[in-house]
Each structure stands twice: as structure tokens, then as C-alpha cells.
Design a protein around this ligand. Structure first.
Ligand code: URQ
Ligand code: ZN
Ligand code: ZN
Length: 468
């Protein structure tokens, strides 16, 4: 099946032009003026639509086993929901338990992801250290196309990477040409503050942000940045949520250090008042880490995105339904951490980014697709509408509007943190591998059609990390 997208405006991160786009055999074959539709080609009239690279969500946790339960969204339903929102690829996480062999964990996650509808890759978490981890990191890079390793500085007594692990793993990542990434919260501070709050009788969701004040993220961000600086390795900070961490990134970048930051759609739109909701279930539904913050942090994050000190947007899509969240009914530290977002990220960002004048359409493409592709070495196969690229394309209707609701979303979770938000700017069509998987409200995702995408290591000598 070949498709001619006729009369649209192609928007890449660096260029915007009215052009036709011809796709065949899963790839973009031509971009240009007045392309003749070969016989049998499906023609999609795209007048008034923006033809953009499919969104890349570099931070998801489909069917993650976590805090005594398993996330409700799996690789099929989650990538399908992504299609409905214009996202065509994800980078998820392999998270070995302490002492669990990294290759074994990787094989387990690869099995789970076989059902994916859309393309996917994996960051692999380093949660412990010994010679086997050192060796397995090389196998993952050289044999499996993993070029990024995650470090949770939070979650003490579970998956927390202590400073010795950070040092060993960052140094190994440098040797291998891989990008270290961090969840930057000081796990010891969180643990102690949680104990103190519970001892004072604070057991509700309002305790969650109090156990993770902004300084807890700021300290860890600065520490990870300094480790990376001393070791000479680039660093990517996931879900930056505070002005504190953003300032650490901004100062590092102004020193010429290769540090990159990711921001979640949720942290750009919500604030910590959600934890004061008198309805326990609603407040608990917003428990994720790092927590939603006071409004001044949200405003700083938008400035970080506009200034280029934050390069990517993501969702940390990690879904737990009300019965699962209720595991923490009597103790907020037991509420499974995570919220959804993969279906709404792009519409929310378009509405409050481009719609508000904060971002141009090209910057929107950069922060929803191209920059993640560059930083994780998927570009220009992904993140660009150009000849030879994968035909992962979203036809964006800047005039379309809807009100977000759990009643209508495709995500497999019973809550939506953007409930009731009216967004303007929606996908009219989504193509994955050159096939229409979403068309004007109709989702046609195919279980198992997604591919594992290898991401080559970086060449340390000519360009480590992306150029975002
Ligand atoms: O910390 C993460 O990114 C995972 C465990 C998802 N949960 C969350 O609250 N962010
Ligand atoms: Zn995290
Ligand atoms: Zn996460």
C-alpha cells in the first residue's frame, strides 16, 4: 500500500514548506511539489493540515511491575493510545531488580513488548553493580542497540542507584558511547522525610509532595551533573520538574557541559494543588514522582523549554487504576507512583505551547520528536519527514478541538490528569510504517505490528550525544 499525502504543509524542526509527501514500503519516498499519485496509491487530501514527524515519547513504562503491582497499560494498548494522540514511537525502560542479570531483564521486557502496535526501544536501568553489569552493558550496546542507561537516584531499598553505582555506570557508558540518564531525586532524603511524615500521622496523598520538596530534586540533579562533568560524559535528566534542577542544567550548559533535560506534559500544566483535593482517589491518582509542583516551577519549565535548556517532552506514562492506587489508602508511601499521558501530550503541548505563542510549530516538532531522535541516535530515521525516513507521520489539524476525558480516551487507565481540558490542535491522521493507524477518530492499531528499534552507540570522537 502506498500513500500520497497531498497539499499539506510539511513541518520539520528546521524547515516548514508546503509539499506533497509520498510513502511506500514503510518509508517516505518523496517530498515535493505536485507529486503524481502512482496507480493504486491512496491519496489523503491534506490541505490545511500540518505534516509532521510522528511524536516520539522517550519516557514510558508499559506494564511495569512496580510497588507491588503492574501498570495497567500494556505495550499494545499504550502504543495504540499513542497513535490516537500523534505519537508513533516510544522509548520504554528495562528495570532489573537489584542483583537481577541485565540481559535476563532485557529479554523479559523484549517479550512483553512483542505485542506493541508502534515502534519501541529501551533505556536499560542500572540498579546494582558488579562485573556482570559491566559486561552486560557492552552486550546491550554492541548486540542489542541500546545506547542509553537509566539511573534511579530515588526509590531507596528498591531500585536506587547509589553514588558508587553512578560512578561505575557513567564511566562505563562513556567507554561504550552510551548516554547515561537519571531520575534525579535524593532517595535518602525522600526515605527519611516519608518516615518522618508517617510518624507524624500524615498518611494521605498530601504527604507525597511534602516528602519530595524541590530541593530533593535540585540536589540530585546537581550531583548527577557534577559526576558527569568529572567523568566527561553527557547526561540526560528525565522528568525535570523544578526550577532548582533547571537552574543546575542551565548553569552546566552555560559551562559548555553536554547536559540535556526532559519535561513531562503533566509538569508543564498541573500544580501541587491536586494533592489537596478532598477526594482521596483524585488526589492519589496524581501521585507520581517527582510530584506536581507549585506554579512557579511550572512557569520556569516553560521558559526552560522555550530557551532550549530543556530539549524534549515526554509523559512518563505509567498507569495505575484506582484499586491499585488504593494500596496506599492508609500510607501514601505505598500508593503506586505514576500517571498517564501518552495520548494527550502532543495536543496539550500544541494548545499551551504553540497556541499560547510560547513555541513555534517547528519548535513543537523539535520538542515532541526531533530532539529525542537526535539525543538517542534515531535521527533522521525518526524525527523528520524526509526521503528515506520511516513513514511515521502525523497529519496535524491545528483547528480541531476536543475536551480531554477518561470517558473518551484510549488509554487503559481509569483516570486522566488532563480531565476536562479543552485542547485545540489534534491529529487528523497518524501513519506508522507508512500505514494509516488512526484516521479522524478511528483507531486501527495492529497488535504486534510494532518493531524493536536499535539505537547505535555514539562515536565519542566525532560527536557524543545529540546536537539538540
Ligand atoms: O519514576 C519513574 O519514572 C517510574 C517509576 C514511574 N513512576 C513515576 O512516578 N514517575
Ligand atoms: Zn522517574
Ligand atoms: Zn519513569
Amino acid at each position: 500500500m502506498s500513500i500520497l499525502i497531498r497539499g499539506g504543509t510539511v513541518v520539520n524542526a528546521d524547515h516548514m514548506v508546503r509539499a506533497d509527501v509520498y510513502c511506500a514500503d514503510g518509508a517516505v519516498r518523496a517530498v515535493g511539489d505536485a507529486i503524481e499519485a502512482p496507480s493504486g496509491a491512496r491519496v489523503i487530501e491534506a490541505d490545511g493540515l500540518l505534516v509532521m514527524p510522528g511524536g516520539i515519547d522517550p519516557h514510558t513504562h508499559m506494564e511495569l511491575p512496580f510497588m507491588g503491582t503492574v501498570a495497567s497499560e500494556d505495550f499494545f494498548t499504550g502504543t495504540a493510545a499513542g497513535f490516537a494522540g500523534g505519537t508513533t514511537s516510544i522509548i520504554d525502560f528495562v528495570i532489573p531488580g537489584p542483583q537481577q542479570n541485565l540481559m535476563d531483564a532485557y529479554r523479559t521486557w523484549r517479550g512483553w513488548a512483542e505485542k506493541a502496535a508502534g515502534d519501541y526501544g529501551f533505556h536499560v536501568a542500572v540498579t546494582w553493580w558488579d562485573e556482570t553489569v559491566h559486561a552486560d552493558m557492552a552486550r546491550l550496546v554492541h548486540e542489542e542497540g541500546v545506547n542509553s542507561f537509566k539511573h534511579f537516584m530515588a526509590y531507596k531499598n528498591a531500585i536506587m542507584a547509589t553514588d558508587d553505582i553512578l560512578y561505575q555506570s557513567f564511566a562505563r557508558a562513556l567507554e561504550l558511547g552510551a548516554m547515561p540518564t537519571v531520575h534525579a531525586e535524593n532517595g535518602e532524603l525522600v526515605f527519611q522525610l516519608q518516615q518522618a511524615l508517617v510518624a507524624q500521622g500524615v498518611t494521605g496523598p498530601e504527604g507525597h509532595p511534602r516528602s519530595r520538596p524541590p530541593a530533593v530534586e535540585g540536589e540530585a540533579a546537581q550531583r548527577a551533573i557534577r559526576f558527569a562533568e568529572v567523568l566527561g560524559v553527557p547526561l540526560y535528566l528525565v522528568h525535570v520538574s523544578t526550577r532548582d534542577a533547571l537552574e543546575a542544567i542551565t548553569q552546566a550548559r552555560s559551562r559548555g557541559q553536554r547536559v540535556y533535560g526532559e519535561v513531562l506534559a503533566g509538569h508543564l500544566l498541573l500544580d501541587d494543588s491536586v494533592y489537596l483535593n478532598p477526594d482521596w482517589e483524585t488526589a492519589a491518582a496524581h501521585v507520581m514522582s517527582p510530584p506536581f509542583r507549585p506554579a512557579e516551577h511550572r512557569d520556569a519549565l516553560w521558559r526552560g523549554l522555550q530557551s532550549g535548556n530543556l530539549q524534549t517532552t515526554a509523559t512518563d506514562h505509567c498507569c495505575f487504576c484506582a484499586p491499585q492506587k488504593a494500596m496506599g489508602r492508609d500510607d501514601f508511601t505505598r500508593i503506586p507512583n505514576g500517571t498517564a499521558g501518552i495520548e494527550d501530550r502532543m495536543a496539550v503541548l500544541w494548545t499551551h505551547g504553540v497556541g499560547s505563542g510560547r513555541l513555534t510549530a517547528q519548535e513543537f516538532v523539535a520538542v515532541t520528536s526531533a530532539n529525542a531522535a537526535k539525543l538517542f541516535n534515531l535521527y533522521p530515521r525518526k524525527g523528520r519527514v524526509a526521503e528515506g525516513a520511516d513513514a511515521d507521520i502525523v497529519l496535524w489539524d491545528p483547528a480541531a478541538s476536543k475536551t480531554i476525558s477518561v470517558a473518551t480516551h484510549h488509554q487503559n487507565v481509569d483516570f486522566n490528569i488532563f480531565e476536562g481540558m479543552t485542547v485545540t490542535g489534534l491529529p487528523a491522521y497518524t501513519l506508522s510504517q507508512g500505514k494509516v493507524v488512526y484516521a479522524q477518530g478511528q483507531l486501527d492499531a495492529v497488535r504486534g505490528a510494532g518493531r524493536y528499534i536499535k539505537r547505535p552507540a555514539f562515536n565519542r570522537n566525532i560527536g557524543f550525544g545529540g546536537q539538540a
